[in-house]
Design a protein around this ligand. Sequence first.
Ligand code: GDP
Length: 297
Amino acid sequence: VEEKSEESSENLQPRPPVVVVMGHVDHGKTTLLDTIRKTNVAAREKGGITQHIGASMVELPDGRKITFLDTPGHEAFTSLRARGAQVTDIAVLVVAADDGVMPQTIEAINHARAFNLPIIVAVNKIDKPDADPQKVRRELSELGLIPEEWGGDTIFVDISAKTGKNVDTLLEYILLLAELLELKADPTKKAKGVIIEAKLDKQRGPVATVLVQEGTLRVGDVFVAGVTYGRVRAMIDDKGRNIKEAGPSTPVEVLGFEDLPIPGDTLKVVDDEKTARELAEENRTKLQQQEKAPKAL
Ligand code: GDP
């Protein structure tokens, strides 16, 4: 039963964009994410020790933030996709300028289109002598991604993930696009988010990375997450810091699950443990019914 006050969103505020970096293997996705994290002021101030939690938030010198999900292709993202979870706002398509469009480039485009994600193209490895960024533009134009400079509506940025050249420009374009998308969330609501990753930690028990999508998640909050539930015992951000609260678009590692949640599941803060248990039970029943029902197609 939803409370009335939760239905209206009078407190909408701009939130950071959630970005996924996609592209063919070896085209430079990991290098790009590493470069972005290294130049990230927040990480640098704390000594640059980043935690692997499946997502990270970078902060520009002026305070603007961007959340990056780790590159998909792994199980978690497939599960997110299968559940139709809308997690990301923008896709950055990395294409190596010395290689051009490859099978996984096309896969990535299809993936982004299936989710209605606007695409920004990062033409990478322009430091290489055999780089041909114009060829990448031609090949992608044939696939319907026409550069703005050719009269289309796709932003292309020539970068070198390795040297860092133009990576700041790429971030600017991401934020520009985010502004056009008018991404907003209400930080005053009870938190709602999506499970990005989950693992069983020998010492800490079930641990999951949650991307907060609405509201603010706090230590002590009681939640339901798919067929499981729990109470937030501790939260750790992508820089390894213990935090007490996490607002919209923040990825955070959460401790306090009864059982391992499933990536793609929604986490929702509720009033008390009884409600959490009941909702988890309801979800379990629903899931069992779905499993029994004959599959469409
Ligand atoms: P991923 O598979 O897409 O994550 O690709 P990686 O980031 O692992 O990069 C694959 C290889 O390309 C590595 O050896 C990187 O050092 C190299 N690489 C990535 N970006 C650049 C770049 O901008 N310039 C050059 N010269 N090499 C790059």
